[in-house]
Design a protein around this ligand. Sequence first.
Ligand code: NDP
Length: 333
Amino acid sequence: MSHTPSPGRYADMKYVRCGNSGLRLPLVSLGLWHNFGKVDPFWRATNIILKAFDSGITHFDLANNYGPPPGSAETNLGRIIKSELYAHRDELIISTKAGYLMWPGPYGDRGSRKYLIASLDQSLMRMGLDYVDIFYSHRFDPDTPLEETMDALASSVKSGKALYAGISNYPPEETEMAAGILSDLGCPCLIHQEKFSLLRPAANKGLGRVLTKNGIGCIAFSPLAQGILTDRYLNGIPEDSRAAKEHGFLKKEEISEEVLNKVRALSEIASGWGMDISDLALNWVRSHDFITSVLIGVSTPEQLDANLRIIKLDPFTAGQMEKINSVMRSTNN
Ligand code: NDP
């Protein structure tokens, strides 16, 4: 029997207009990069997705290569939608991407029209969907004319296989150019997906300005720096953590004493404000004007509950932001 969603699922979540579009995204979105592949327990993936949906998370983010093995996160989400949420497809925003290596040979990687269009067809097949809501170019490809990559996005939208076009990991200058091309093609760039956290604050510099100027939304990925900006690693590397997993993208070397000192300093501020480090890290990201949604990952329903606490928080004041930023600056020395 398919899932009966909570009738109160839209009561608490905040929905934020994505750039100049009419699409509103939940303040917290859920990504399926880790924990939803064939290697992960399917029952747990199902529980997390359904709990997220019941909490007002309408947006689930994928890419062709999420797994492992690559593609299996899309297959799993497709199974969950088919068995549990099919009647609610119109309440869901499903995104996918193409840009990194997916299949052998010269047409399974980067930014060509050949790759993007074939990849989107494969993604739709794996998920059992007629269309995705957002189709992204996953990265800028200097070896493909930007016009070709953007035309592939625009024709995906015009063919009805995607409703909106997005870009991810594009530097500010290329973002501005991509936005111009898409706009000329009659398919405005909806959204930019960028790595943005207290440990990776670069988007704050040029990208945020470009996005605001061009009316493009911004969804911040890895806002917890893959789990470093939580209490997960303060006492070593837990066996069930991303850093301990062979297929995890978080490398143990990234959790240096220097980084942990920053986390400890943030933890002190957070506890003074009655928060956890993760609350502080997520709320710091959402407190930037150019941010539409904070794109989290979780390995348990409990982590999801914890991360949803930011919905109840107000954005930080300028004074609070300065306090956090000054701690980050001072621990850089
Ligand atoms: P996060 O920074 O939110 O890291 C998620 C990990 O942090 C979890 O798997 C868990 O680690 C840990 N965690 C989460 N919440 C808590 C908590 N409350 N307490 C303790 N630990 C917690 O995001 P991700 O790195 O997972 O990225 C999110 C999404 O962004 C991806 O799924 C994907 O959709 C997108 N993304 C896009 C990229 C792109 O190039 N466009 C690249 C990377 C990600 P553990 O598993 O150890 O429990």
